[in-house]
Design a protein. Structure first.
Length: 326
């Protein structure tokens, strides 16, 4: 593993080399990240630059444009095998569901159901823990992103922002792209208090925000929060400090954006081999770190990049109308 320190805001860490041995992750305190706490405990959100970054290419794990954590396993789509696979941290990988022709971003439900966007089929697919498949809903225009909303619905990006019932497949449009397609929603996430929806767009790379009312309906029109240097936002994810992490294809880089719109490049871009196309948070189980994000590398054999950022997932902290989101 390569460990790199940030001396100041302007320091941008260099990229890793491939390693078949993931090694022992080390956090800024010099301890293993396996038992790191999520939910903001122990994170210094007032001094977010004071952490050490480490990178590792996990050569055994697989992912295309999305990943999902399930206990001690990381789920992803192996493009070369045309299959959903599961990998543990120690180097073992098993086929979960063969014969999958397309899988973009994905999320898990507590009961083990996996949901992913099938871009080729224009559909959201549900996969049971036993590997059974169901086409939950179809008719997606440019399906790609999928996240859990505070309301327990699947929020799907297909140019528009859609809300899909995970049981019935009933779908409604929450946010419509302009008729001239000056922006198309590609990935979304929610602020920690669920009062703001962050929308990563294409083809001009705007990170939009739209205020939400108590029922998660948009209030007014989307506004630009930040303009990314490139043109194509592939992932949007909020950490436990409320900052927004962006995977940006135009610059092949990883950025952090504050809720005020301040933008910092966190991983040096420009090399497709190390461009993490999505963002999934570790859970601190059996080697997977709780202070790291895991990114699929579609231009590097669909391997997986571990990026230690010193803060965890914002989802465990999320509230809706003042109450914790279950």
């Amino acid at each position: 593993m390569i460990i790199l320190g940030l001396a100041c805001v302007a320091t941008v860490p260099s990229l890793p080399t491939d390693s078949s041995d993931s090694g022992e992750p080390v956090d800024s305190a010099g301890d293993s990240g396996e038992t790191g706490e999520t939910g903001g405990v122990g994170y210094d959100c007032d001094d977010p630059w004071d952490f050490s970054e480490s990178f590792d290419v996990l050569s055994h794990a697989r992912g295309w444009h999305g990943l999902a954590m399930e206990g001690d396993k990381l789920l992803g789509w192996d493009q070369s095998a045309g299959a959903l696979v599961k990998a543990d941290y120690e180097g073992e990988r098993d086929t979960f569901v063969p014969g999958i022709g397309s899988a973009e971003q994905m999320v898990l439900r507590d009961n083990g159901d996996l949901f992913f966007v099938d871009s080729a089929g224009g559909a959201v697919i549900r996969v049971t823990p036993e590997g059974g498949q169901e086409r939950l809903t179809g008719g997606l225009y440019a399906g790609y992103g999928i996240v859990w909303g505070p309301d327990g619905k699947l929020w799907v990006s297909d140019g528009n922002v859609l809300k899909v019932d995970p049981d019935s497949g009933e779908m409604e449009t929450v946010l419509e792209m302009p008729a001239d397609e000056t922006w198309m929603a590609h990935a979304v996430d929610f602020s920690l208090d669920s009062t703001m929806l962050y929308v990563g767009t294409v083809p001009y790379g705007d990170l939009l925000q739209v205020e939400l009312d108590a029922e998660l309906n948009p209030v007014g029109e989307p506004e630009r929060l930040a303009k990314m240097p490139g043109h194509w936002i592939d992932a949007v994810s909020v950490d436990a400090c409320g900052d927004i992490w962006i995977a940006e294809f135009g610059q092949l880089s990883l950025y952090r954006v504050s809720p005020r719109g301040d933008r910092d490049e966190m991983v040096e871009g420009g090399r497709s081999r190390y461009y993490g196309h999505g963002i999934t948070w570790g859970n601190g189980v059996d080697g997977w770190r709780s202070d790291a994000i895991y990114q699929p590398l579609p231009y590097n054999g669909s391997k997986v990049l571990e990026v230690v950022i010193g803060v965890g997932d914002g989802a465990p902290l999320r509230t809706w109308n003042g109450s914790p989101v279950e």
